[in-house]
Design a binder for this molecule. Structure first.
Ligand code: FAD
Length: 430
């Protein structure tokens, strides 16, 4: 009887999970595992935690939901604690597993861990199979090789839309055969060096982790409220739950796949209507793909001060007092401060807020952009290595922006996007 391991990482779902479905359909018995890696909770070179309270809470909820969904199919989630390159081979040895199935990584540190696991498994003559499961367009279906992907987003988007198609999402497995999986044993936030969170009543949205909640939100945003029909007009909003989809946190942990979202959007369009707004959601998902493919193309350049540029163009200065004021929402610029307070107290900030807060740090405060990116990494519930560092590099003028540096006139932005100060009053009034 062939037993295999499925190593869940940022693909915490059972629907449209190629690694899981293939493991189940090609083998007799499957052991789903998740590994708490200490380095995911360590402090980075910039002095921030890699994972902050909000995302850790969302992760726990997502794991509980995944375990519940796996148990409903006859399996469960085995929790490991320690280095994946040590813990995964231990499970392989214990269960005499022949293969390990997992999501394929693109970013530098994640790829290093993947390589370490692979070489340890190789010593055990255990096959390691990885699958590209997190983008809308599959890397193999792009009309160019990774090294030839256009650096300008519009070129990438137009050619991809014209010459490629989105694959059909995989069904969830009907059942899973597993040896008995012990009860879910999660660490609590304190054991991870973090604090329990309580939701600020002003939060735009109450994020709860897990595939079930992701599907609920999708159903609400597309079919119940039909908010997707006005997405293009509302997406630059800053208050309330429905100005944008709020899919990002579930996408970041892989509780839902972009292909499944796309498929449901097409179903919505065939049942109701297609308009500029329904298209625009796909347009934004293409930005997400683009940063992922750019990370694949340029590897760890996205984490360097000069990013993709060969010249020494980026600011390297750091003034910790200014940085702290920015973090705490005490810069004296009300639009920035309101956004930064929202991020500190809720783990979320709108896209409009992020663009302004990042531009302000890079251009007005003239601080090293990587500190801003690292703070976002700690704080955001929806932190995604490619989208975060890619967007930051872009705004710092060391990424893919053909226009070079992108300066936002904060006063103008505040007037355009928070004309009646509703957002600022929400976060700045005692
Ligand atoms: P919607 O407007 O509903 O968009 C739908 C989806 O499209 C999003 O869920 C997201 O997956 C994708 N998307 C939208 N805009 C972008 C974009 N600019 N880049 C990449 N994908 C996009 N997004 C993250 O998911 N994780 C991050 O860590 C992250 N860091 C960011 C840092 C900065 C400095 C900036 C300017 C943007 C960042 N974004 C990040 C992109 C964007 O702000 C968020 O995806 C969006 O605000 C999430 O809310 P939503 O799901 O309601 O978005």
């Amino acid at each position: 009887m062939k037993t295999v391991v499925v190593w869940f990482k940022t693909d915490l779902r059972i629907t449209d999970n190629e690694a899981l479905l293939k493991a189940v359909s090609q083998n007799e018995s499957v052991i789903p595992v998740y590994c708490f890696d200490d380095s995911d909770f360590a402090v980075t070179a910039y002095g921030f935690k890699k994972t902050g309270d909000f995302r850790a809470q969302f992760l726990m909820e997502s794991l509980i939901d995944l375990d519940t969904n796996l148990r409903a199919l006859g399996s469960g989630l085995l929790i490991l604690k320690g280095k994946p390159e040590i813990e995964i081979p231990k499970v392989v040895k214990h269960y005499k597993a022949a293969k390990v199935y997992a999501k394929r990584e693109v970013a530098f540190e994640e790829k290093c861990t993947e390589n370490l696991v692979q070489s340890e498994l190789w010593k055990l003559q255990c096959e390691f199979l990885t699958f590209s499961t997190s983008t809308l367009y599959h890397a193999e279906d792009l009309p160019f090789s990774i090294k030839n992907i256009p650096d300008v987003f519009t070129d990438f988007r137009k050619k991809t839309e014209r010459d490629s198609t989105v694959r059909i999402a995989y069904e969830k497995p009907e059942n899973i055969k597993s040896p008995e999986i012990p009860e879910l044993d999660l660490p609590n936030l304190r054991q991870l060096g973090l604090n329990e969170i309580s939701l600020d009543s002003r939060a735009a949205f109450g994020f709860i982790g897990g595939e079930s909640q992701a599907l609920k939100r999708l159903n609400y945003y597309f079919f119940e409220s039909q908010s997707v029909l006005t997405y293009k007009d509302t997406r630059n909003g800053m208050t309330g739950p429905d100005y944008s989809s709020k899919f990002s946190s579930w996408l970041a942990l892989g509780c839902i796949s972009p292909r499944f979202i796309y498929q449901e959007l097409k179903r919505y369009e065939s049942l109701y209507t297609a308009n500029e707004s329904t298209y625009w959601l796909v347009f934004e998902l293409l930005w997400r793909d683009y940063f992922r493919f750019m990370m694949k193309k340029y590897r760890n350049s996205f984490f360097q001060k000069n990013g993709l540029k060969n010249t020494d163009s980026a600011v390297a200065k750091i003034d910790f007092q200014k940085l702290q004021n920015w973090i705490e929402g005490k810069t004296g610029v009300d639009f920035i401060d309101a956004n930064m307070i929202e991020l500190r107290l809720t783990g979320f900030m709108s896209n409009r807020g992020r663009q302004n807060a990042a531009s302000y740090l890079c251009n007005d405060l003239a601080l090293d952009w990587r500190y801003g990116a690292a703070y976002f990494e700690q704080q955001l519930i929806d932190y995604d290595v490619c989208s975060n560092w890619g967007n930051w590099a872009y705004l710092a003028g060391v990424g893919n922006d053909p226009r070079g540096s992108r300066y936002f006139n904060i006063e103008r932005q505040a007037k355009d996007y928070d004309k009646n100060k509703v957002f600022r009053n929400l976060w700045l009034k005692d």
